[in-house]
Design a protein around this ligand. Sequence first.
Ligand code: FE
Length: 281
Amino acid sequence: MQNKKITKREIASIRKVKLQEHSPIHAAGPVIEPGNWEKYDPFLLMMEDKFQKGAFDVHPHRGIETVTYVIEGAIEHYDSHSGEGGVLGPGDVQWMTAGSGVVHNEVPSEGITAHSLQLWINLPREKKMTAPRYQNLKGSEVPVREEEGAVFKVFSGSSKGVVSPTLNHVPVTMVEVRMEKGAEASQELPGSYKGFIYIIEGIGIFGENEVQGANGQVLELGDGGNAESEIAVKAEGPLRFLLYAGEPVKEQVVARGPFVMNTEEEIRTAYKEYMNGTFLK
Ligand code: FE
């Protein structure tokens, strides 16, 4: 019998996320800094935000998907395109495909400070102008996998046979993992995926090189080889983290403001259309 080679991933880098005050009602810091297009492909950026009503204004997006995870508080989402709205609470996710274009706003409920993580996923050339789509994923409703002392909520992709129904244009695994002190668990990933872990609470030991990570830190996953891979975790106390990994798009990225396209020309078109009222398809 032939043994299938599984690459045990290391942690390639670790960094503390720092929030800066942008205004009295908004603090933000990059979890994934924009500009590292190749390093985190298909992920373009992730921002951690603490904000109140009024921090953001109505704005457009094109050429990406945004994935918003609420850590604390509540965010109401308004969309001028489809009229779709909804409230996201702690542990909920909105998976929004901007595609050809959405115009929206994200607003914390009155008097509430929302604490959230927003990831931008690149779309490949042939999907840049796909139809917009919203998937509201309630933390209490997503598929769950349990190991001894560990609970995996599968927001996208799969975890050892537990498969999420979330629709993807770019294959992405997103799991929220809660572990008890002393528990050990692992998540499998295709070797080609790039990804990272963001620790929300607690302390754990991550990866084959046994890197200690704590709340507020982001850990870049090491190379996964060219077959299957997995990332192992041991909890040193109660632990909660998010794991994001996806298939690289490997295309030219031209990003400006809320638009991410393949060429300067496409960016100019997006701005022109937004200005002259022909943006929404
Ligand atoms: Fe937005």
